[in-house]
Design a protein around this ligand. Structure first.
Ligand SMILES: Cc1cc2nc3c(=O)[nH]c(=O)nc-3n(C[C@H](O)[C@H](O)[C@H](O)COP(=O)(O)O)c2cc1C
Length: 195
């Protein structure tokens, strides 16, 4: 059981990473193999919009490391995506990543039926965390993935953390708990599938 997390933050070691690691910790405890991908480590190009046939027949013109991450996504049973709120939405880097992932949809819906869960953190309460979660869920749905949340009564949509400075989200105990429950729910869903 492999679970991949993708951190859309531009800041390594920041609040999104803290929450993603909390969720991944639960997954690991439950026996899953985990990996965290940091988009902050990457320099990625915008989708050049060559069109569906080009994607299918020629592949992507860019060789900037995303193809390796896409391969890991295809090998994983579940993908947890996290982003800080940037101006009420996901980071530009995560959006570019999402746009480039269209190639996976064009190649036979390669992510179909995988489990997806979302993590968001903003500097203030009501700063747009739920919009970020919606953006990430839309990405999952467009790939025909199955969206899950925490599965208990800690939250409804996913992790909505509050914290501005690096590490501030550690004070948001509710978000940390939701993150742990989210990880458990992802594993539960994968177990249901394997019978
Ligand atoms: C360009 C930019 C835009 C931001 N916009 C918002 C926002 O709309 N709402 C909000 O609550 N926080 C906003 N923030 C604050 C970040 O979401 C917050 O600092 C978050 O903890 C960063 O996560 P990280 O530590 O993983 O990078 C913004 C920060 C930056 C740099």
């Amino acid at each position: 059981m492999k679970i991949l997390a993708i951190n859309g933050s531009h800041r390594k070691g920041g609040n999104t990473e803290i929450l993603l690691k909390e969720a991944l910790g639960s997954c690991q405890k439950a026996g899953a193999e985990i990996e965290l991908i940091q988009l902050a480590d990457m320099k990625i190009e915008y989708c050049a919009a060559h069109g569906s046939d080009f994607c299918k027949n020629e592949g992507c013109i860019y060789k900037d490391g995303l193809e390796e991450i896409f391969g890991k996504m295809v090998e994983s049973g579940a993908i947890i995506v996290g982003s800080p709120v940037y101006m009420g939405s996901v980071t530009g880097k995560l959006k570019t990543f999402m746009d480039r992932s269209v190639i996976l949809r064009r190649k036979n819906f390669s992510l179909k039926n995988k489990v997806g869960a979302a993590v968001a953190v903003g500097g203030c309460q009501g700063g747009g965390q739920e919009y970020v979660i919606r953006d990430i869920h839309n990405f999952f749905l467009i790939h025909s993935m199955t969206v899950v949340s925490d599965g208990v009564d800690t939250a409804h949509f996913g992790v909505t953390g509050v914290g501005g400075g690096v590490g501030d989200v550690r004070k948001d105990k509710a978000a940390l708990e939701v993150a742990r429950n989210l990880g458990k729910r992802v594993v539960e869903e994968l177990r249901l599938r394997s019978g």
